[in-house]
Write a protein that binds this ligand. Structure first.
Ligand SMILES: [Zn+2]
Ligand SMILES: [Zn+2]
Length: 222
């Protein structure tokens, strides 16, 4: 109801074609869904169906990985507006896109997010990754649990590539026991993958029976 009223006062423009109506019109939504990412989220070699190649699957022990698309155009705008302008509808549509990408998960899967740096949460007034993960959990009828926490508050942007990996290992901690449940880890953007990988390790060491990851957008290689 409130959405309808707001829609009347300030109608949405499609993030893709700018047509007035929905946050993302059917055509632009379908364009994203049918444009399979097709690459391994870790090493960017071709990987159809699931976005993880055989070597990386073996190396990391992750049961499933999905990426909605490359971080460009529509996805870039959606991620940016959700994160920096708190556009709730942008988060909602991204959770829906991700939900459509991800295969059926075990019914007892716990959904969690890569935790945001405290300073960023204060600046933005909310934790964008947590909101995405909560929305995804709701769409899939799964439980969201805040499993991970930030131990160090250094932004990854401030670090060079090699240093990112080292920093990522010490940056996170496990907040609560997982008790042999499958875990779906969600983040909005993946760049080098060091952060995600560090979080995956923690979840595996913390007793997750399986780990899955879901990412909205992969930063293109330079
Ligand atoms: Zn459109
Ligand atoms: Zn790979």
């Amino acid at each position: 109801m409130i959405d309808k009223i707001l829609g009347f006062v300030a109608p949405h423009r499609c993030y893709g074609c700018t047509e007035i109506g929905a946050v993302l019109c059917h055509g632009c939504y379908d364009d994203i869904i049918t444009d399979d990412f097709g690459c391994c989220v870790w090493c960017m070699t071709p990987a159809p169906d699931m976005n993880q190649c055989r070597e990386c699957t073996k190396k990391l022990g992750i049961t499933g990985a999905w990426v909605v698309g490359e971080r460009s155009e529509v996805l870039k705008r959606l991620v940016g507006d959700h994160k920096y302008l708190s556009v709730r509808e942008a988060g909602g549509i991204m959770a829906q896109l991700l939900s459509e990408r991800v295969a059926v998960l075990p019914a007892d899967t716990v959904v969690c997010a890569v935790p945001t740096i405290n300073q960023h949460i204060r600046q933005r007034g909310f934790d964008h990754a947590e909101i995405l993960a909560r929305m995804f959990a709701r769409q899939r009828n799964l439980t969201y649990v805040s499993l991970l926490e930030r131990k160090t508050q250094l932004s990854q942007h401030q670090l060079k590539r090699a240093a990112r990996q080292r920093a990522a290992r010490d940056a996170f901690g496990l907040k609560s026991p997982i008790n042999n449940k499958p875990v779906m880890l969600i983040d909005d953007i993946v760049t080098t993958g060091a952060t995600l990988e560090a979080c995956v390790r923690l979840l595996q060491d913390g007793g997750a029976s399986q780990v899955y990851i879901g990412v909205i957008a992969r930063q293109p290689l330079e």
